[in-house]
Write a protein that binds this ligand. Structure first.
Ligand SMILES: [Zn+2]
Ligand SMILES: [Zn+2]
Length: 158
């Protein structure tokens, strides 16, 4: 796990301190109360290179023996910049969350736009799988995905 100042803002861009946001979930002190919260905590686990949490919150049927290796490779190659939750569709014990996660590509900023599927079993939310969707167009006047509070055009995309 990467070293991280716990007073700093949570990587999930909630604008809360890490210790008041995703840390209790990462440490196992709290369970995610919604698929959206699990989604955010999995994103911040990616940023913090917490493979243990990512595997623990992946549905047991979906786990593969090489999960940890694959995750570590992805983490080493990806510099995440921010997260935008687009839609959250809870339907009881199954839910979906649509999001775009932004990362630094070779020359420009790239985006993972995904609709993720979650299931709740015995009060635990698990990530099941996701559909990759076409990238969304950002309005240059939107607030930037990185959480700076500035407009996109004045921040990450000029
Ligand atoms: Zn968080
Ligand atoms: Zn930005």
């Amino acid at each position: 796990m990467a070293s991280f100042d716990h007073e700093m803002l949570c990587p999930c861009k909630s604008n809360k301190a890490y210790k008041a946001c995703c840390q209790p979930l990462h440490d196992g002190h709290l369970l995610a109360h919604s698929a959206e919260q699990l989604m955010c905590s999995r994103y911040s686990a990616f940023v913090l290179k917490n493979t243990t949490y990512l595997i623990a919150t992946l549905h047991p049927d979906k786990r593969e023996v090489d999960d940890e290796t694959v995750l570590k490779q992805t983490m080493a190659q990806t510099q995440w910049l921010g997260l935008k939750i687009i839609a959250h569709t809870p339907t009881g014990k199954v839910a979906s969350v649509e999001f775009s996660a932004f990362f630094q590509g070779k020359s420009e900023i790239e985006q993972l736009h995904e609709k993720s599927h979650f299931i709740n079993e015995n009060d635990h939310w698990f990530y099941v799988d996701g559909e990759i969707l076409p990238t969304i167009k950002l309005s240059r006047n939107d607030l930037c995905f990185c959480g700076s509070g500035k407009k996109v055009k004045k921040c990450h995309i000029s």
